[in-house]
Design a protein around this ligand. Structure first.
Ligand code: NAD
Length: 323
């Protein structure tokens, strides 16, 4: 049986997913939905089976997809998910779930009540580095972790607006917060300091912070900090280093570096994590077996709670307890 997919959003990341889907056996990309028909037509024209729509409801009525990919900016979530829940259509949604907790709070309940298959685009979880790190950490006592996302400011217009993206920690560094949860467990308390240092002077209309550091107490007793900046002229320093009694375990976007009592071993990623993520989701849609999905909506909601708690702490100057 061919799984009919539809993609909502016509930006860069819609194409990343559509390319992977179009190369999979038994999967077809049937539709693109854009904010204008023009944009949707441009995206759809690259795929023989795809048609263009400017309205989600119209597309759902016409295509009746088996699965939907939501690749829209953080501010645009809510209605799309609600329509999919109503029609019981499984979806893969790109991170972050929103700019704050209001929308995800409603959606997470709807997803649970419907028992819907969902997946969230936390692709770091599917890297060889993260999978191997989980294995290595099993025999070790974790003391603390240090995460970082030090780079430049993405050029898309919505990213630099607080109400558009939620800010760097919620939009981008969320990958490190999510990886921390995956490898070290849940966070109990958050204290954050964020500031605007340079980007609001360099570019017009920047309302997001451009530096920040977040200190966390974990339920396990371990502690962690994750820092980020988007004021550098170029990107590149991204990772999470975990400190254990046997040495460090460092997850980078392209590799894992493990120190074991002085012996250092590097494991480079071989598989494409986006492909793994997509295969796990499509397999779940086809068979009902969700065991390959590492991050579903309920789990990603906890990452959203954590990153939003960091923003609230930075705004109030007070530590924030998580549930
Ligand atoms: N997992 C990853 O590695 C990764 C990488 C890049 C982007 N992303 C995520 O993907 C999402 C999209 O990012 P992007 O880089 O493609 O952004 P983009 O700005 O290039 O594209 C977003 C698209 O969504 C469309 N859109 C906005 N509101 C819409 C609506 N209500 N209905 C339909 N379309 C709508 C816009 O017109 C645009 O075409 C973001 O949440 C981003 O964080 C994830």
């Amino acid at each position: 049986m061919t799984i009919k997919t539809a993609i909502i959003g016509t930006g860069w990341f819609s194409n990343v997913h559509a390319d992977l889907l179009s190369r999979m056996d038994g999967v077809s990309v049937e539709a693109f939905v854009g904010t204008s028909l023009d944009k949707a037509e441009r995206s759809a024209s690259a795929y023989a089976s795809a048609r263009a729509y400017a309205d989600v409801e119209q597309m759902l009525d016409a295509v009746k997809p088996d699965a939907v990919y939501i690749c829209v900016p953080p501010f645009a979530h809510g209605d799309i998910e609600r329509q999919l829940i109503e029609r019981r259509i499984p979806f893969l949604v790109e991170k972050p779930l929103s700019t704050n907790l209001e929308v995800p709070q409603q959606i997470v309940q709807g997803v649970k009540d419907a028992g819907l298959i969902t997946s969230v685009g936390y692709h770091f979880r599917y890297t060889d580095a993260a999978l191997k790190a989980a294995e290595v950490l099993e025999g070790r006592k974790i003391g603390m972790a240090l995460g970082y996302w030090m780079g430049d400011m993405p050029q898309v217009y919505w990213w630099r607006k607080q109400e558009g993206s939620g800010g760097q920690f919620i939009e981008q560094t969320t990958h490190m917060a999510d990886l921390l949860r995956r490898l070290l467990g849940e966070v109990d308390e958050v204290y954050a300091a964020f500031a605007q240092r340079a980007m609001h002077d360099i570019h017009e209309g920047v309302t997001v912070h451009d530096v920040g550091t977040v200190t966390m107490k974990l339920k396990s007793g371990a502690v962690a900090t994750i820092s980020n900046t988007c004021l550098l002229p170029e990107g590149g320093q991204v990772g999470l280093t975990i400190y254990t009694e046997q040495g460090t375990v460092e997850v980078k976007p392209d590799k894992l570096v493990v120190a074991d009592k002085g012996i250092v071993t590097e494991y480079r990623n071989r598989a494409n994590p986006y492909q793994r993520e997509n295969e796990a989701f499509i397999h779940a849609v086809r068979t009902g077996d969700t065991s390959g999905i590492s991050s579903n909506y309920e789990d990603a909601y906890k990452t959203m709670e954590l990153t939003y708690a960091a923003l609230r702490s930075a705004e109030t100057g007070m530590p924030v307890k998580l549930g």
